[in-house]
Each structure stands twice: as C-alpha cells, then as structure tokens.
Ligand binder design. Structure first.
Ligand code: SF4
Length: 163
C-alpha cells in the first residue's frame, strides 16, 4: 500500500528530489529555508565536526544525538538531515507524513514518532533513494492536495484513500 502510494505520486509529479548529492550547507539551507537560525547553527556544527575522522562512518544513532544537541533542532529536522545530508536510511516523519498516511489508512492512530518511522522504513525496505524521493513527493502532495482541509478533487490517491 505504501509502495503503491509512492508509485502514484511519482507518476503524477515526477522526480522531486533533484538536489540529492549537494553539499551539507546547501541541503540544510533548502530543507529549512524559513529557519535561518537553525541553518546557521547546523552549519557551525558541521564546520566543527567536518574535520573529524570518519564522520560518514559514525553510526546513525550517534549522528542523531549530535544533531539533537544543536540548539533549535527537532527530531523531525534531525531525521530529515540524516536522510538528505548523510544518506542514512531514516524516513522523515513530519506532520505531512502523518496526515497523509493516516488518511490512506497505512499508519494507525496512536503510534509514536519512532513507531511510525519504523513501520514505514520496514515497508520501504531501507531504500535511501526511495526515502528521499518519497519525502519530497509527500511534501508536494501535501502542498497541493492533502492540506489540513484537503482538496480531494483530482487527487491521484483518491482511489486508495479512506478520508
Ligand atoms: S483523497 Fe483527499 S484526503 Fe485522501 S490523499 Fe487525496 S487529498 Fe488527501
């Protein structure tokens, strides 16, 4: 079901994650364009740790703890950075993801952030490229159709939606 949603969105919108492979600074600036202070804090942190040996080989939990220790960085932001800047297999669960997947009936009510994330990650078999593309497609879908008050007319997911 989650894979089917991805296929429908990809067919409708095409590739959205066109900036994968960009530098850390560019990735965070694009992810958090409206939060200049957090971008500044992240870039400062990155400049401090960039010279550390084997940064790319730090395990994901260590990296997440480092990111969460930065002023202004939430769990959702940390997961987004892990996925897009460090290419870690971490699905970004944010308000868009929760709203869309609950309406599609693929994420039950009452699951915690991490339970939701694990459920989606298992469904998508840890594919980082897929996670990145899906995150960008969900953002687009939730800007155009699946808003808080949804605009369901012409939504490509309508046939699989329980809302
Ligand atoms: S049909 Fe409506 S509620 Fe369902 S995914 Fe589309 S926009 Fe969202």
């Amino acid at each position: 079901m989650i894979g089917q949603a991805f296929s429908c969105l990809y067919k409708a919108y095409g590739e959205q994650n066109k900036w994968s492979g960009a530098s850390f600074e560019i990735v965070v600036a694009r992810l958090f364009a409206e939060d200049k202070q957090s971008v500044e804090n992240l870039v400062t942190w990155y400049q401090q740790v960039d010279g550390m040996p084997l940064l790319d080989q730090w395990d994901t939990d260590t990296l997440r703890q480092q990111l969460l220790a930065i002023n202004g960085i939430s769990v959702e932001m940390a997961d987004s950075i892990l996925l897009h800047a460090f290419n870690r297999p971490v699905f970004t669960v944010n308000s868009d993801t929760r709203r869309l997947f609950r309406r599609l009936g693929v994420v039950p009510e009452g699951l915690s952030h991490d339970e939701t994330r694990h459920l989606i990650e298992i469904s998508l078999e840890g594919d980082v490229d897929l996670f990145q593309e899906f995150h960008a497609l969900i953002a687009k879908q939730c800007r155009i159709h699946c808003l808080k008050v949804p605009l369901c007319e012409a939504c490509v997911l309508a046939s699989q939606c329980y809302h």
